[in-house]
Structure formats: structure tokens, C-alpha cells
Design a protein around this ligand. Structure first.
Ligand code: PLP
Length: 349
């Protein structure tokens, strides 16, 4: 892998963090309607949430233009990334093809089961190198993973080219498209690969309530895929037994609160524009971001950069890509981004 996370060699007190910009969380959520739904659901906590799960599945199916048997819920999309990897690599054989850098969850799960990872470097513009990925797919490929928009780069891959790639490659191996940050795009409908599922392609699209919905701690996400693909997962590993009634009721309320989602997206774009133009003015080469986080190279050594930022109460993440250190900063509130900008200004990293 070209990417490595730089881990802190110091301990920090969570309560001293003034701007938590390390986990791509939504600083505005959950919506007041979610809070209301969750609060009133507590008294039914003695009952399993299967009926609520069915309601949520139906709502998602309608939104995505498929029937409910194309949907599987999970406690966060992490759970669905893991379950898909478990089912595909249970016998410890085969390979997984993805970009590098990518979001590593499914790759790490596949590797720990014994799979071989075939990384394909992102192109110079940080989009997926689709022709190289297609060439990397072979008879042993059990899963192709595409994260679009990509984490940790925040970049996107042209949807027309990606659709053609998924359409073709899914004849050889299931293609898992992780769309955790889709809703931050200006025109998400033109970027999603979910339409390929309706065209009967073996494509698995993952979404989460952790980002635009601001429900990261409530753990809920879903995949859209062929019914046989969903069954191949639910028959082997449990499905709705992992879900809380509170999160289900919350997700049902959040899907309906479109004005809240719209306002999160607008605020995210405004705060991202502010921070990226400030960083550009300071000479940082920020990778153009389409998400709720940004990645940019720093000149200071990674661990010292982290220590300096955390000392001022600014939580960020640091990665090295081919030995060059990068800072990944989540987009917080304007106040948090102002603190981030002034802290980094004083550092000259
Ligand atoms: N996929 C991507 C690309 C992510 O960045 C994240 C979390 O940061 C996840 C999946 C997992 O999110 P969750 O399990 O909260 O849905």
C-alpha cells in the first residue's frame, strides 16, 4: 500500500479537543426530528425492531428505485463492508482489487481472512485508474472495491466511465461501490451507481447514515444489490438482528427530513470552501474535495504536526502517501474551521 496512517505517540484528553476534525463526522446532526423519533422510541425498547427495519427497508427501496429484496441494513456501512468480505473470502482464497489509497475497511477484513489485495494506484488527478483496475481483475478476483467519492483523498471518478467499468467488470466479479459521501455532491443522482442494480448487474452499493444524516454514533447503513447477492450474505451472517430500534426510528425520521440534509450539505460546502481557500492562500496544495473532509500534503514531520495540532485542541488525522505526510481534516462548523486555519497558520507546517 502507498498509504500509511501516522498514529500519535502521545496521549490526549478527549475533553481538551475543541475542534474534532478527525473522523469525518457531521457537526450538525442528528436532526431535531431524529432526536424526537429516537426519544419516543425508547419505551418500545423491550421489542425487537423487525417491523421498523421492514419500514425503513421499504422507504429505502422506494428512494433507490428497487424492490425491498434488494436492500440489506446494517449497524453502519462498516458492518456491511465486513459482512460482504466475510462471505466472499470465508475460505481464505482469492483476491480483492481496489484503488490505492482507498478506504481500507473491506480490504483489511479480506486480508485478515487470507485474501490477496491487488492495489491499483489512483491516477494523477486522484480518480480511479479504471483501465488498470480492469486489467488487475483475474480469475481469482472475488471482489472489486470502489470508493466514490474516495476516502482519504476526497476525490471523485467520472461517473460515466465508472458506470461503464462497473457494468463490464461485474460480469467477472461483484463490484462493491462505497458511496458514503455521495450526498455531499452537487448532483448525487448523476454519480451514484445504484441504477446498475436495477439493470441486474452484480454491483453492491453501500450508503450510510453516519455522514450527511449526522448519525455516526447511532450505527446504521445499507447496501443495495441483487436479491441473490443480499441472500448470499443474510443466509450466512445475521441481518436485522444487529439493529437497534432507536437507530431504525431515527433513520426513518432522517430520510424524511430533506431540508435538514440540504442544510448540512450547504454548510459543509461553505466551510470546506472557506478552509480550502485559506489553505491555498498559505501555499498548501489541497486535493479538490467533493466530500466532508480534505487531504493536503504538509512539510512538517507527521507526528510533530499531529502533536502541535492536538496541543491546540484541533483533532485531525495524518497519513503518509509514498512517504510524503498529508493532513486529513474533516469539515466541521465555521468556528471549528476558523480554529483549524488559525492553528495551522501559526505552525507553518
Ligand atoms: N465508507 C467510507 C468511505 C467511510 O469513510 C466510512 C467512515 O468513515 C465508512 C464507510 C464507514 O462508516 P459507517 O460504518 O459509520 O457507516
Amino acid at each position: 500500500s502507498v498509504i500509511k496512517e501516522v498514529l500519535p505517540d502521545f496521549s490526549f484528553n478527549e475533553s481538551r479537543i475543541l475542534a474534532r476534525l478527525s473522523a469525518n463526522e457531521n457537526p450538525y446532526g442528528p436532526s431535531p426530528k431524529v432526536l424526537e423519533a429516537v426519544t419516543s422510541s425508547l419505551s418500545s425498547g423491550n421489542r425487537y425492531g423487525h417491523a421498523d427495519a421492514a419500514t425503513l427497508i421499504k422507504m429505502i427501496a422506494e428512494k433507490e428505485g428497487v424492490t425491498p429484496d434488494h436492500i440489506m441494513l446494517g449497524p453502519g456501512s462498516s458492518d456491511l463492508l465486513e459482512k460482504t468480505a466475510f462471505v466472499r473470502f470465508m475460505d481464505g482464497k482469492g483476491n480483492i482489487v481496489s484503488a490505492d489509497p482507498a478506504y481500507m475497511s473491506i480490504i483489511h477484513t479480506a486480508e485478515s481472512l487470507g485474501a490477496n489485495w491487488k492495489p491499483v494506484k489512483l491516477k494523477g488527478d486522484y480518480s480511479h485508474d479504471l483501465s488498470a483496475m480492469e486489467q488487475a481483475v483475474d480469475a481469482d478476483t472475488r471482489l472489486v472495491y470502489v470508493c466514490n467519492p474516495n476516502n482519504p483523498t476526497g476525490s471523485i471518478t467520472d461517473p460515466v466511465a465508472l458506470r461503464a467499468f462497473c457494468s463490464k467488470v461485474s460480469a467477472k466479479s461483484p463490484v462493491f461501490v462505497d458511496e458514503a459521501y455521495l450526498e455531499f455532491l452537487d448532483n448525487p443522482e448523476s454519480h451514484t451507481m445504484v441504477g446498475l442494480v436495477s439493470e441486474s448487474k452484480d454491483v453492491i452499493v453501500a450508503r450510510t447514515f453516519s455522514k450527511i444524516h449526522g448519525m455516526a454514533g447511532m450505527r446504521i447503513g445499507y447496501i443495495v444489490a441483487q436479491p441473490e447477492r443480499i441472500q448470499s450474505i443474510t443466509n450466512k451472517v445475521r441481518s436485522t438482528m444487529g439493529l437497534c430500534v432507536t437507530s431504525l426510528k431515527g433513520a426513518i425520521a432522517s430520510l424524511q427530513d430533506t431540508s435538514f440534509l440540504e442544510s448540512c450539505k450547504e454548510k459543509n460546502a461553505a466551510c470546506r470552501d472557506f478552509a480550502s481557500s485559506e489553505l491555498f492562500a498559505m501555499g498548501y496544495e489541497v486535493i479538490p474535495s467533493y466530500t466532508s473532509f480534505m487531504l493536503f500534503p504538509i512539510s512538517m514531520e507527521g507526528k510533530s504536526f499531529m502533536k502541535n495540532m492536538y496541543d491546540e485542541g484541533v483533532g485531525i488525522r495524518v497519513f503518509t502517501i509514498e512517504d510524503q505526510p498529508y493532513c486529513r481534516v474533516s469539515v466541521g462548523t465555521m468556528e471549528e474551521m476558523e480554529l483549524f486555519v488559525s492553528t495551522i497558520k501559526n505552525l507553518k507546517a
